[in-house]
Design a protein around this ligand. Structure first.
Ligand code: FE2
Ligand code: FE2
Length: 215
């Protein structure tokens, strides 16, 4: 199978879970749900995306992947700061922000050891998830009349997340060549989305929220 055919198959495998997540995220939100509340939840996603990418740099041998992870870590750290700044404008103080324990998703990703699994899960899939969620969040911001936050996501954050996904695509085309590596990539990708769906459902039951932005 050519790299393009493999990636098309992986896209198709992911599409149904991504569609379900988008549909769940688009459900009518509680009337008292605010942009600031969702932005606050996004902080943890950005911090964990930073930590995950940075944590893999030293134990990844392929130079292309190392540098892609470094670029991603820097972007995610920048997103954290941009969101903090927007929260400050909305009157939310984040100076004592504590992300709390590592999420089950970060724990899962942290356990992936091969380069192909990391690229498939952490970049190709997680970043596709970020794009889907951020699209929903942008719609929510517009519906709430918050054009400034919508523009931050549309013009700055979303193009970066799209770029991370594309990096994952390029790297998978290059590194996921053997049948074994491709099977590992499929598994890591599916594992990431299973967990994302599960966590979205947990957040809905616990917090009444299915639409937090971010990875
Ligand atoms: Fe990000
Ligand atoms: Fe990202």
């Amino acid at each position: 199978m050519s790299p393009d055919a493999f990636l098309a198959e992986l896209d198709a495998q992911n599409a149904s879970a991504l569609d379900r997540i988008a549909i769940a995220a688009a459900r009518e939100p509680a009337a008292d749900l605010t942009v600031a509340r969702l932005l606050f939840l996004a902080l943890k996603n950005e911090l964990e995306a930073t930590e995950c990418a940075a944590g893999w740099i030293a134990t990844t041998r392929a130079v292309d992947v190392k540098l892609a992870l470094a670029r991603q870590a820097g972007d995610e750290a920048k997103h954290f700061r941009l969101i903090e700044k927007r929260l400050a404008e909305l009157g939310v103080d984040t100076s004592t922000y504590d992300p709390g324990p590592r999420s089950p998703l970060l724990q899962y990703l942290g356990g992936l050891e091969s380069t192909v699994e990391r690229v498939a899960a952490g970049q190709f899939t997680r970043e596709a998830l970020a794009v889907v969620r951020n699209d929903e969040f942008i719609r929510f911001c517009v519906a709430r009349g918050d054009e400034t936050t919508a523009a931050l996501y549309r013009d700055v954050i979303q193009p970066d997340e799209q770029h991370h996904h594309e990096l994952g695509r390029t790297l998978l085309a290059k590194f996921a060549i053997s049948d074994g590596d491709r099977e590992a990539a499929r598994r890591a990708s599916a594992g990431t989305l299973d967990l994302a769906e599960e966590l979205q459902e947990v957040a809905r039951l616990k917090l009444g929220i299915s639409r937090a932005p971010g990875c």
